[in-house]
Design a protein around this ligand. Structure first.
Ligand code: FAD
Length: 321
């Protein structure tokens, strides 16, 4: 018999993030034919419920409270635990996002479940659910089977294919009423850095610059290429430390972990800490003056040359397509 699985939908600026649909697809695998229940927490989130259903949720539960307008682990854990208490799930899936990374251990501890975090694949072997996750900064993968208790996992964005959207799907949407109390932290205000197009952790194309870009100005050609390809700009820590760009763009062991379809590394040497954040990208292109640069060891395509010549040439060529 299949499992009952809760999947947390994550919204930003009034829209569901892609990782929510990927988590639903993972939830379907965990459910093994059972029921997948989308969970939405926040303010005015009910309007997003139908989209979760169209991507495969069987029904959706919402928890709304004005104290849930901004994420806090206290508030969201109270809300999510109310859903857990009502539904008694056998499986839970979150996205491995900043929110998911913060909330999942708290919920796992409360319900006494093991947590399989940062899964890049969910499948079934001999009737058992099997998760694959990278270890040792992406140098190896381990397979984990959940043997008992609630099967709880977070899934890395951009790895699990969402189900095809089916606008004819319908399902029940209902609200759980919870009174959110005793918040130890309250977010007064959120000051956003200027939004710069595509979200790095969900981008399908990333043009990343390193110390080879030489200056903030040197990132401009990378931005132009990213715009032409509908992608996002990322960076090595070398470039961030040198103040060529903001730390929010840093990719690597101590930055963001990304898995785009195409990663173009420009003037990045390929230090192990950088590779930890991008080596699982589907296609890697490296542009570097130094033919011995380590980045070429993980690249599918390598261009030995000056990025200030190569990147504008690529931009011009892609403009023609
Ligand atoms: P460099 O190593 O200086 O490489 C620059 C490259 O640019 C060279 O290969 C050079 O040949 C090439 N180049 C120069 N000019 C041009 C040109 N005109 N055209 C083409 N190529 C050119 N790093 C990360 O990136 N992310 C992390 O999360 C991270 N975490 C770390 C955590 C710890 C604990 C430590 C110790 C280090 C961490 N680092 C991280 C730093 C990492 O070790 C490297 O120092 C860093 O990645 C180097 O950045 P870079 O490749 O841009 O610079």
């Amino acid at each position: 018999m299949g499992k009952k699985v809760l999947v947390l939908g994550e919204a930003r600026d009034g829209q569901l993030r892609n990782v929510s649909f990927e988590a639903i697809a993972a939830g379907k695998k965990v459910a093994q034919g059972g029921e997948v229940i989308g969970v939405l927490i926040g303010v005015s989130v009910a309007s997003l419920a139908n989209e979760l259903i169209q991507y495969g949720a069987d029904r959706v539960l919402t928890v709304e409270d004005e104290k849930l307008g901004q994420y806090t682990s206290d508030g969201f854990s109270q809300a999510f635990m109310a859903v857990v208490e009502q539904e008694q799930p056998e499986g839970i899936v979150f996205g491995h996002t900043a929110l998911g990374k913060d909330l999942s251990p708290k919920i796992a501890a409360k319900i006494g479940a093991g947590l399989i975090s940062d899964a890049t694949f969910v499948g079934e072997e001999d009737g058992e659910i099997v998760f694959t996750r990278p270890i040792y900064s992406g140098k190896a993968f381990e397979k984990i089977t959940a043997k008992e208790g609630v099967v709880f996992s977070t899934v890395r964005p951009n790895n699990i294919e969402p189900l095809e959207k089916d606008t004819s799907r319908t399902g029940d949407v209902s609200e759980i009423s919870v009174s959110i109390t005793d918040l130890r932290t309250v977010i007064q205000d959120v000051v956003r850095k200027a939004a710069d197009g595509v979200d790095l952790s969900e981008a399908k194309v990333i043009i990343a610059g390193g110390r080879g870009a030489k200056s903030e100005e040197g990132f401009k050609p990378l931005k132009e290429l990213a715009d032409v390809l509908g992608g996002a700009v990322g960076a090595s820590r070398g470039a961030c430390d040198a103040d060529y760009c903001d730390y929010s763009l840093q990719i690597g062991q101590t930055g963001k972990v990304v898995t785009p379809d195409l990663y173009i590394a420009c003037g990045i040497s390929g230090a192990i800490q950088h590779l930890a954040g991008m080596s699982n990208s589907k296609v890697i292109v490296a542009i570097n003056k130094d033919p011995e640069a380590n980045i070429f060891n993980v690249a599918d395509y390598g261009i030995v040359g000056d990025l200030f010549e190569v990147v504008p040439m690529l931009t011009e060529e892609f403009k023609k397509i």
